[in-house]
Design a protein around this ligand. Structure first.
Ligand code: ACO
Length: 318
């Protein structure tokens, strides 16, 4: 075995993200912990995603599942004197108020479990038929940086964008034009209501000549334990409905969508345009002015509408 190799850790495998739901394990005194690894750590540890100088390295980032209060800890079997510095490398990407005292964290997580409530304006709610969500209601909240408690929460939540959205960067939280939609799970059990963070999207309004706005979805994330249960589509629909209802918004765009997001966007836009009868009497070729008219009516980009027409034509071939 290559002797050097045992001193090199893959940073995405070494980092464990742990969501703590206090007192909700099988035994009521036990915490329920949901663990997963980040997708990306190269913005923090470099392109190779390698950490040198530790044997069996483990970096734990524990979060309270609702308030996202957090705790940093690490462990290893052996360390070289020249080992990479971990906390100082990660610091700029972690919440400002992360602590390293686990006992204190447990107390904070327990307190937040009972007292934490989402911030901002509640927009809507829905139920999910996903397994285990029988006692849950999912709630959307709209915020900006003027919303009380949002700036603090945003500083905690931003690291998930770095860990799960390729190419994401920390956004300028002094720019009051940013808008965010947060999704929380409200769990009602034993007469108590508690909240878990499910996901979010943030958006930035750009100028659309002469007097309107092009709203750009910048970061869009559903936390790993909640993925593939329909929450991403719900979040997308919730944003779209909001944009459709706002006169000043002319168009919705998306910043660097990845394949998964593009699929989700196509599926939801197709569903909406189908319901509006846009693809009735579909015949190729589709004229440019038809694409422009549909784009203007439904606040979508011309490119996205052309893509939807293409998908509808392909579907017809099937
Ligand atoms: N059971 C099983 N499958 C289901 C269920 C269910 N109850 N409900 C929905 N699904 C399926 C959907 O049909 C869909 O299937 P498909 O992949 O075959 O098309 C799939 O699950 C995903 O749909 P949703 O559940 O609505 O989407 P999800 O909540 O998983 O969110 C997202 C998708 C946003 C890409 C999420 O995976 C994520 O956050 N990933 C990491 C971050 C990321 O990539 N963000 C987008 C970057 S681009 C940007 O930020 C602008």
């Amino acid at each position: 075995m290559n002797l050097l190799k045992q001193w090199v850790a893959n940073s995405s495998e070494a980092v464990n993200i742990r969501l703590a739901v206090p007192g909700s394990g099988d035994d009521d005194d036990e915490d329920d912990i949901i663990e997963f690894n980040p997708e990306f750590t190269y913005p923090i540890f470099g392109e190779q995603e390698q950490i040198f100088g530790y044997k069996d390295l483990m970096i734990n980032l524990e979060f309270a599942s609702g308030s996202l209060a957090s705790c940093f800890s690490m462990g290893y079997k052996e360390k070289k004197p020249t080992a990479d510095k971990i906390y100082s490398t990660m610091k700029d990407f972690l919440p400002d108020d992360i602590i390293d005292n686990h006992d204190l964290f447990t107390q904070i997580a327990q307190r937040d479990y009972i007292s934490f409530k989402p911030m901002g304006t509640k927009v809507s709610e829905y139920r999910s038929n996903a397994e285990g969500a029988e006692n849950s209601v999912f709630e959307f909240y709209h915020c900006n940086f003027d919303t009380p408690r949002f700036l603090e929460f945003h500083k905690r939540m931003q690291c998930f964008a770095i860990f799960f959205i390729e190419g994401a960067s920390i956004i300028e939280d002094t720019d009051e034009k940013w808008e965010a939609r947060l999704l929380f799970e409200r769990v009602s059990e034993n007469g108590q209501e508690t909240y878990n963070f499910v996901g979010y999207s943030n958006m930035y309004p750009y100028f659309y000549y002469p007097d309107q706005i092009r709203m750009r979805i910048s970061q869009f994330l559903i936390m790993p334990p909640y993925q593939k249960q329909g929450h991403g589509s719900r979040l997308y629909q919730s944003l779209y409905n909001d944009f459709c209802g706002r006169k000043e918004i002319r168009e919705m765009t998306v910043e660097d969508p990845n394949e998964e997001f593009s699929d989700l966007r196509d599926k939801n836009d197709m569903k909406h345009l189908d319901a509006k009868g846009v693809f009735n009497d579909l015949k190729a070729p589709i004229k440019k002015d038809r694409i422009e008219q549909v784009a203007a009516t439904y606040k979508l980009t011309k490119r996205q509408v052309a893509r939807c027409f293409e998908l509808a034509l392909l579907r017809k071939l099937d």
